[in-house]
Design a protein around this ligand. Sequence first.
Ligand code: ASP
Ligand code: MG
Length: 408
Amino acid sequence: MALIVQKFGGTSVATTERIKNVAKRVARWKAQGHDIIVVPSAMSGETNRLIALAKEISPSPAPRELDVIASTGEQVTIGLLALALQEEGLKAKSYTGPQVKVLTDSTFTKARILQIDDKRIRDDLADGNVVVVAGFQGADEWGNITTLGRGGSDTSAVALAAALKADECQIYTDVDGVYTTDPRVEPDARKLDKITFEEMLEMASLGSKVLQIRSVEFAGKYKVKLRVLSSFQDEGEGTLITVEEDKQMEQPIISGIAFNRDEAKLTVLGVPDRPGIAYQILGPIADANIDVDMIIQNIGHDGTTDFSFTVNRGEYGKAEAILKETTSKLGARGVTGDSKICKVSAVGVGMRSHPGVASKMFSALGAEGINLQMISTSEIKISVVLEEKYLELAVRVLHKAFGLEKAN
Ligand code: ASP
Ligand code: MG
């Protein structure tokens, strides 16, 4: 017998029919003798609808009230799911986050979980109940309702699994696992049986939107065994996100090709080459709360150098305006930029012990005539910046170069 947390995403609970299916699936696990905690999201589209209602009244709604409103989507699905489980002949009880209580800080709309009181849940499980807990929400120390950021019910599920020391946290979603790359770009993408937390973090932060990034960080930190599965298929083991690389097995060198279209590049030309310059350029950018990703400074010539970095495309205009001011202060030659770039990355823990991954990547892209504008590396990732129009081609070329396609 095991304790299992099962999280169902918005599409899995989108209609009462689907909620009944979820109840049937939970009932099958329960029949095997497991203790089950279920964490549903709101019905798909519901959180958007609620936030839009708030915006009809106030263009920039007070975050505290927004959380009062947005958290109600999950209150509906927990009640409906508890009823559906009872119709299956099970004992079931639902709780909102604040009822549990899931204690968070007071950062409305993106609160962090501080602690979970497991008393009621444990008592109910011991009484034979399936316990249904609303995802995405909690309450701060004064009892104010908070939410955990969009996609936050993944994090709720992982946090509950950590607090109750569950044997496994299963995330049921509309895909059947984590893929080597987006199957819409490369139809030959293959489902991974396993991926490490580190790789998953790189894949998630690069745009493979299967799990909320914070839930992956949380699971890695508390060593929660996390599995992504399809809620629409009965078979399949999904993808297991593991803590450690399996030392017994030969690791694939590259586990996946991630990408992000949402990037823009800025360059300050002819910056005086002297100490403190990087800070003078990036300080005002950081003060404006703009995230910087890749940074490149070339060697200087005649006392000046060029300084480039990438930002989220949505912040391109803001960053450019700030840089123009900095440029005149520094006496630099000017600012150029490009908002039509993308980032493509090869991710894999196996590259730690295998040299030559970068050269293989560059040669494959070069052979297709794709120009690399920027390159950055970490221990388990190599990223390149390219013109956006080459994104699909680059992903497919790399997927093939690293032998990631389905065996057939
Ligand atoms: N319902 C919330 C959202 O749409 C939380 C979640 O689905 O994970 O962001
Ligand atoms: Mg989600």
